[in-house]
Design a protein around this ligand. Structure first.
Ligand SMILES: Nc1nc2c(c(=O)[nH]1)N[C@H]1C(S)=C(S)[C@@H](COP(=O)(O)OP(=O)(O)OC[C@H]3O[C@@H](n4cnc5c(=O)[nH]c(N)nc54)[C@H](O)[C@@H]3O)O[C@H]1N2
Ligand SMILES: Nc1nc2c(c(=O)[nH]1)N[C@H]1C(S)=C(S)[C@@H](COP(=O)(O)OP(=O)(O)OC[C@H]3O[C@@H](n4cnc5c(=O)[nH]c(N)nc54)[C@H](O)[C@@H]3O)O[C@H]1N2
Ligand SMILES: [Mo]
Length: 766
């Protein structure tokens, strides 16, 4: 931000990530939600043995036995849930839904925890309280009245526990459909689809201890200082150990540059910090495949040089021969890819890419960690597979200190998938369900998030039941989905706080308030624990302890059981009440369906929980070829629409003060934005090329894609600021920018919306 002009709320942030600013932000978060008294106690209990799992991110804990790991954004997530603010029937009586839809997302959630089950009354356009029994009866009647079970959509957001998610899939499969759109479809689906093709499993292959053993860490497209702050402990330790860290990110994210660990007394006392990335590559948005191909070209070149000099080469030939197929095809593809194209598409110089390739060649144990900057593209699956190709070249999978690390989003998004939230059930899942419950669930593939949105828009879907989340805001093309939701017969939301999706009222709409992760869950047999799986496949228990926000709340499993009984009666003889009385019984069933959960109830009682078996981490390849596959991606994944000089490629990001669609506050401290979110980050030369100045209000319009049906013109007004971002690229905040993303703009392989590469025109606002 070199420009002279002062733009309100925009000023450079010069400090490191973490440090005192983070501590101050925690104090503010706690005060803002009126949790001063028990706030500290609550925080101390999270991610501890017998504490609750932090509802923030899915980063693992050091065996769940460490001393309190400080995390600013975990503190915000906990205080947002453990707030003393209450959203009561009196509030709903005072505001019509038509009024509430004009409120901001922040204001809606800031009303606090919903205290009663609520039903929309069309006459008064207000939500009114309803008893649980009446709510269940209405939902059951509406679901039974549909022409068929495939006419309903069952959405899951990744905060749901294993127990809740398993009950949900049991209910939905017994009802008769595989329509399971879930937040994972918008998140790491490119990982879940791409990695099984490469290595036979859709999960990461490293565990936390591997981060003590690697001698190179490469970070692609994630922002840990904001989204996985506990991972900064790992980055900090890695950097202090002298292990190089290479970052590929179009934006200079502060935490990847410099970090002060709040646990480090010296850094805190001296206002110093630790440099994190040893080299930082500001790749163009969507330029990662080009950068990866360039690095791999360099590895092959270094290999050839070494062989010519009489050395053993730089590839792990024994590994490639024994464990992989497809190397020759990859090599041919790399040879056919020219440096001029690699430089143009990546926006990086050949020298820079070669230097990264050289660092890779000299390292013995390499971990690549990545996030949404890689998955949320039209070629997200290819992105994931090219990272794996790079690792396979030197056998960097299935040995200590090496592997691929998808950094997951929601705290249990990985677990939800493990226990059956999937629209594409495999035989093992269907067999398992039959073993456990004596019925064979439907086999036909159901809807993912994009399919579900389409079905709502075209009117074929008549009902939606949401286990958490904010579907109609998080998705691409939200305005079309929101309008279409009005035509549903019924919409049911299990949630903690009011959000915009709840307000898209159907013929009948119910909001069912749930117990949060932090709260005591008392059932017939006593207090219950739930379980979650983190980013490295560790499963552990979470014990809520705080008194519930209202005496009318029910747990997610209990609400699902209530809906199931009202919908299914005694179909298949499933004993819903028994399962709810003691969650050990739910876990016993999980163990029958998924044998990897053997001795589930015993192992979950060990401190720290247990690790699920990830075959590829043991060099066991569950692919059709029984080998790890080098997978070729033709070309460099360019979007032809972006080649025109007047088009920018827009990426959408999380600010520091938000959790997905939940906006905690309006600051994005590390990027120097305060008190506002209506910002478009642009390169100063791209501003100049449009005769724009730092601080001008602009209109951003999405470039239509081939075959897009004529629809509403997608345009958004933001204030453009000069920022250090590669030319041809721009960035704006999610979810505001979602209206620029057409529904059809997604990875054809995984269905992941292309939120991170949207071709747009930017012009001065009229
Ligand atoms: N506090 C907090 N924690 C969270 C969340 C939250 O909203 N708030 N959300 C949770 C969820 S569900 C998820 S999925 C994760 C998300 O965590 P991240 O994956 O870190 O998510 P994003 O903010 O979307 O940022 C992605 C990063 O990718 C970069 N990027 C954008 N486009 C490209 C590209 O084309 N190439 C490359 N190499 N980089 C690119 C951006 O500059 C940004 O640094 O965090 C989880 N944790
Ligand atoms: N443009 C753009 N769009 C994106 C992304 C992006 O990077 N860019 N990221 C995508 C990603 S990675 C994801 S994961 C999705 C997120 O999509 P979602 O998971 O659907 O959205 P969230 O904002 O996490 O959901 C917030 C709501 O969850 C409810 N909630 C909170 N805690 C609980 C609980 O314990 N139980 C229940 N039942 N409800 C609870 C509250 O009512 C809250 O309003 O968005 C996607 N959309
Ligand atoms: Mo996510």
């Amino acid at each position: 931000m070199t420009d002279e002009r002062k733009v309100p709320g925009v000023r450079p942030f010069r400090g490191p990530a973490g440090g005192w600013d983070a501590l101050i932000a925690v104090a503010r978060a706690l005060r803002g939600q009126e949790v001063i008294v028990d706030g500290v106690k609550t925080l101390l209990r999270n991610n501890q043995p017998h504490g609750f799992d932090c509802p923030g991110c899915a980063w693992p804990d050091p065996k769940h036995t460490s001393s309190f790991e400080f995390c600013e954004n975990g503190a915000k997530a906990v205080s947002w849930e453990a707030t003393h603010k209450r959203n009561t029937p009196e509030f709903f009586a005072a505001h019509t839904v038509s009024e509430l839809v004009t409120w901001s997302d922040y204001d809606l959630e800031n009303e606090g925890r919903i205290t009663h089950p609520m039903l929309h009354d069309a006459q008064s356009d207000r939500f009114v309280p309803i008893s649980w029994d009446d709510a269940f009866a209405r939902i059951g009647a509406a679901l039974k009245a549909l022409p068929g079970p495939d006419r309903a959509e069952f959405y899951t957001s990744g905060r749901a526990s294993n127990e809740a998610a398993f009950m949900f899939q049991l209910f939905v499969r017994a009802y008769g459909t595989n329509n399971f759109p879930d937040c994972s479809n918008m998140c790491h689906e490119a990982t879940s689809v791409g990695l099984p093709m490469s290595i036979g499993v859709g999960k990461g292959t490293v565990v936390l201890e591997d981060y003590d053993k690697n001698d190179l860490l490469i970070s692609f497209g994630h922002n840990p200082g904001t989204n996985h702050p506990r991972m900064m402990t790992t980055f900090h330790n890695t950097a202090r150990r002298g292990t190089p860290i290479i970052a590929f990110n179009p934006l200079k994210e502060r935490a990847l540059e410099r970090f002060a660990a709040p646990q480090n007394p010296i850094e805190m006392a001296t206002f110093s910090s630790t440099p994190i990335a040893s080299s930082y590559h500001q790749v163009k948005v969507g330029g990662d495949v080009a950068a990866l191909k360039g690095m791999m070209k360099r590895v092959l070149e270094r290999d050839a040089q070494d062989l010519a000099a009489g050395g053993p080469g730089k590839l792990d030939r024994a590994f490639i021969a024994e464990h992989t197929v497809g190397f020759e095809a990859l090599k041919a593809d790399l040879e056919a890819t020219g440096w001029p194209d690699i430089e143009r598409v990546s926006g990086l110089t050949r020298d820079a890419i070669e230097a990264a390739g050289d660092a890779y060649v000299v390292a013995e144990r390499v971990i690549i960690a990545y996030g949404m900057g890689m998955t949320q593209h039209k070629f997200g699956t290819a992105n994931v597979q090219q990272m794996m190709n790079l690792l396979l070249l030197r056998g960097n999978v299935g040995r200590p200190g090496a592997g691929l690390a998808p950094i997951r989003g929601h705290s249990n998004v990985q677990g939800d998938r493990t226990v059956g939230i999937t629209e594409i059930p495999n035989k093992a899942l269907l067999d398992g369900m039959e073993r456990a419950f004596g019925f064979r669930p439907p086999q036909a593939f159901g809807h993912n998030a994009v399919d579900a949105a389409r079905a709502i828009i075209d009117g074929s879907a008549k009902a939606i039941v949401c286990l958490g989340g904010n579907f109609a805001v998080a998705m691409s093309d939200p305005q079309t989905i929101q309008a279409a939701m009005r035509n549903l017969d019924i919409a049911v939301h299990l949630g903690t706080k009011l959000n915009r999706t709840h307000l898209m009222t159907a013929k009948q709409t119910l909001i069912l308030p749930v117990l949060g992760r932090t709260e005591l869950d008392m059932q017939a047999s006593g207090p219950q624990a739930v379980t979650v799986e983190d980013s490295v496949s560790m499963v552990h228990a979470s014990h809520g302890k705080l008194p519930p926000a209202s005496q009318h709340l029910r747990s997610e499993p209990a609400i699902i059981a209530g809906i199931a009984k009202a919908t299914l009666g005694d179909k298949y003889g499933i004993e819903w009440d028994e399962l709810i009385a003691d969650y050990d019984r739910i876990r016993d069933k999980i163990e029958i369906v998924f044998p990897e959960f053997k001795n589930f109830n015993a192992r979950i009682r060990q401190p720290g929980g247990f690790l699920l078996y990830v075959a590829a981490a043991h060099r066991e390849w569950r692919t059709p070829s029984k080998k790890a596959n080098f997978l070729v991606m033709d070309g460099l994944c360019e979007d032809p629409r972006s080649s025109s000089a007047d088009v920018l490629t827009l990426t959408t990001l999380r600010a520091h003060d938000q959790y997905n669609t939940t906006i905690y506050g309006l600051n994005d401290r590390y990027r120097g934005v305060f008190g506002r979110r209506d910002i478009l980050f642009m390169n100063k030369d791209d501003l100049a090329a449009r005769q724009l100045a730092h601080g001008d209000v602009v209109e951003i319009e999405a470039v239509p894609y081939d075959g897009e049906a004529p629809g509403p013109r997608r345009a958004l007004r933001l204030t453009a600021i000069a920022y250090e971002i590669p030319r041809g690229c721009a960035a704006a905040y999610y979810p505001e920018a979602n209206l620029l993303v057409p529904l059809g703009h997604h990875d054809p392989q995984s269905g992941t919306p292309s939120y991170k590469s949207v071709p747009v025109w930017v012009r001065r606002a009229a």
